[in-house]
Ligand binder design. Structure first.
Ligand code: 6GU
Length: 244
């Protein structure tokens, strides 16, 4: 899988080398390339932003550096005539609080992609024509991490890569650990315990020491249902409906 990231803070992504994805990169499962948007500027100050037409607060990212950078990444890959048989156009993801909310379902979908390009915007946004033009060469999605505002897309992209990277076949050691966890089954995770059986004034629930596997499974499921109902009533309602 190929992943390109366009950003004015390329150093931000250095930490990917020490995470789960670092191994996937070393193994050649993921071909990750980080691009400095300022490398596609041609003035002394390496300017990537300008004042908004129509006025208003803040700055807007200029279209030219984005066009030149995306041209280089897409090469001919985004033109209809050169898409290999069976391959689809690349996916370009722009993190934006105005986008569709990123969920585990989005992560599962991204893990199946052949080529994803992440475009990290800063300031008040990117000139709208970049999105309009990009949509003629690739599939374009705006994706939000939730209802709050970040200064830029870098942290959002990091979170997305963490979420879909571990779903790429061969990246996580134990595929079973992917099945049981929160959100894959529609419920939040049950609480976990390890040794010692007694710690400070706290004991491990007796049932977990019983060796009765069927009872343990039942208890864990009850914990999941109770926790989801209490913490995330919205997910709980969805889960109840899915059981009908
Ligand atoms: Cl994806 N980007 C920015 N800038 N802010 C956000 C976000 C993304 N998701 C939530 N807030």
């Amino acid at each position: 899988m190929r992943v390109d990231i366009v950003t004015i803070f390329p150093q931000f992504f250095d930490v990917l080398d020490i995470s789960l994805l670092g191994k996937a990169r070393a193994n050649g499962i993921v071909d990750l390339r980080v691009h400095d948007l300022r490398d596609a500027t041609h003035d002394r100050h390496r300017t990537v932003d300008d004042t908004p037409y129509g006025g208003g607060a803040g700055m807007v990212m200029k279209p030219e550096p984005w066009g030149e950078t995306l041209d280089g990444i897409l090469g001919d890959a985004g033109t209809e005539t050169t898409i290999a048989p069976g391959a689809s156009a690349p996916l370009i993801v722009f993190p934006s609080p105005a986008g569709d909310v990123f969920t585990q379902q989005t992560a599962r979908r991204y893990a199946q992609e052949e080529h994803i390009v992440f475009g990290c915007g800063r300031y008040e946004g990117i000139d709208q024509r970049v999105f309009d033009w990009a949509a003629t060469r690739a599939r374009v999605e705006l994706v939000s991490m939730g209802d709050y505002v970040l200064n830029g897309g870098e942290v959002a992209v990091m979170a997305m890569i963490e979420a879909f990277g571990r779903l790429i076949p061969g990246v996580v050691g134990n595929p079973e650990s992917l099945v049981e966890e929160s959100h894959e089954g529609g419920l939040l995770e049950y609480p976990s315990y390890t040794k010692p059986a007694q710690w400070r004034s706290y004991e491990v629930p007796e049932i977990l020491l019983s060796g009765h596997h069927a009872n343990i499974e039942k208890w864990r499921h009850e914990q999941q249902v109770e926790r989801t109902k209490r913490v995330r009533p919205d997910l709980y309602e969805q889960w109840v409906e899915s059981q009908a």
